[in-house]
Design a protein. Sequence first.
Length: 292
Amino acid sequence: MNRKHFLLIALVALAGGSIPPFAKLALESFGPFTLVFFRFLAASIVMYFFMPKKELSLKHMVNLRWVGIVGALNPIFIFLALQHIQSNITALFYAIIPGLGVAYLWLLRGEKTSATQLAGFALGLIGVGIISLQTVTGKADGGNPWVGITFMLIAVFSFFAYGIMSKERQRSTKISGTALAFYFAVITTVLSLPFAVYETVQQPWFGHVAIIPLLATLYLGFIGTGAQYLLYQRALKVMEAAQANIFIYLQPIITVVLAALLVGEAITWQIFLAGVIILFGARLALSTQKAK
């Protein structure tokens, strides 16, 4: 991997890893559905200008509706989870996705798995168990930690399912990755709109938004989502997928550091231990998949 490729991956990891702490700041003024709406509205605007115009079609959006709906559950539930748990542990949950991929191929697709793959999956579960235990036994973050963990697991599984569905749909429709990301953002925006309106009616935010939550919301939409998706698609275009997915290792580190700097979340020894275990498990799963 050359220096330009590493810089590209670092930017993807920075944009993605910054989402949880910035979302924590934005949630001080906006409800979760309202935040999802503004985030993906801004992302849709950014990605529109990079969309292949020949792929702009209502038919494409209709064909991708279920992919978009399943994908939308991820940002919705992570924002709901952030009302109950710290932002610095959320990226660690996503780092178990390579292990989930191993379990999916083994249990549902009937593919052979090695001891190394199973060990990676097991380490991911152990790491999640550690941070879950630390969350429910530690200081509550203004909510119910069990609810937060449940929402995070729903977010992770929906993100995993979105990945599988989007790859299959991309192969069957021959649609580009940029177009797929654009329609996902549009569908998420439309899906969250009625809930955002309900939140606004129940708790009006007009005239009560502080500057930091507002800036955090704009950042989430234009940089954390719009730019991140475009950068990741660029990374997939100029390098192998296994190299592009190195951001999985960098993203949790960035999230933990930014959460400490921006929202004052402590880095406990449990988080550090769980992070090491989960990332090592992801390494085992990804290295084995690469070797196939």
